[in-house]
Write a protein of this length. Sequence first.
Length: 361
Amino acid sequence: MKKLWTALNLLFSNPRRFVYRVQYEFLAPSNWRARALRRVYCIFVPNRSVISNGNEDRLLFVYDTLLNPVTFDFLHYMYYADWLRRRAGKTHVDILLVSRSNLANSHEESYVAAVGSDNIDWRLTNLIIPLSRLFPSVGGVYILDEKEGFEVVKGYHCVHPEGYGYASPKTAIVRLDVPGLNYFSVLTVCDTAQKIVEAYFPASDDRRIVTITLRTYDYISCRNSDIASWVDFASELDPLIYRVVFVPDASKDGVATLREINKFEIFDSACWNIELRAALYQRAWMNMGVVSGPLAISGLMEQVRTIMIDRTLDYPADYLAGIPVEIVPGKAPNFYSSSCHFYLGKDNKETILKLFNEFAE
């Protein structure tokens, strides 16, 4: 009787709250009456996901860690999958991350050797999943081994890569220069991340924020940043006008560089949180660095000024051959925002200053 009186009181005093409580009780019954009512309901209204007729409003994007790199490159492949979703008229993209226990025969064996196999699992949860959350169209995300993954694929009519299955595991890597794959605004930054970055970099500080994203990595080290040049460049900017913010590499090597840049402001939170990184790039007046995976986030955002120094001429030939987009040295891919600019050369101090002055106007 007491519970009934409490419920009636809530109904008349706060109807909306009463409805929420009823809905919650139905979803997670706490007494035998509610549990019995839910069982009866489920007899007549079975689990809709089971009878969804192949998930007609969803595209399944399969990313197999044996065949695909567990790096920021995922951002490009996810962007392509979302483009396929739009072309197919689907509402959502579900992601299947196929986690392999043995990566000895990986397509990216040199990468696995450079970073260690245990780092792959770490990157799945700390890099790949957070990157997927920048795409509002993403629905469910599975992390399964290959046997369970093959079963999930059977529940979808629309799968990328097309034909992926037990008999034909396929790479998600595709040509990113296909006709029609041009820039479209798709990345979003959640309100919480924006507010956190605004707290670090309030509007009351009217200095222009210039971010410098560093690459200091064991894998293809010829792509790494010239830290001394970036430090010299940052030292010459007027601190009353510009607020220089360094973002180190999200790796053990990146942590080691903190000593070299410790006299500057370092927002290392952006190393470990993808959405804070994206929010910082969005908040900045200018983002700079060598062409790298992390900085690609800013290249795929609307009206975010980004300057990337393209060191393509220093890349090994076999590495260039494996890049899934036609490389035009010094030119940003067609699917990057028009506010992202590439420059062919080395990141020496003279080049950095030249580019800064050219785009600062």
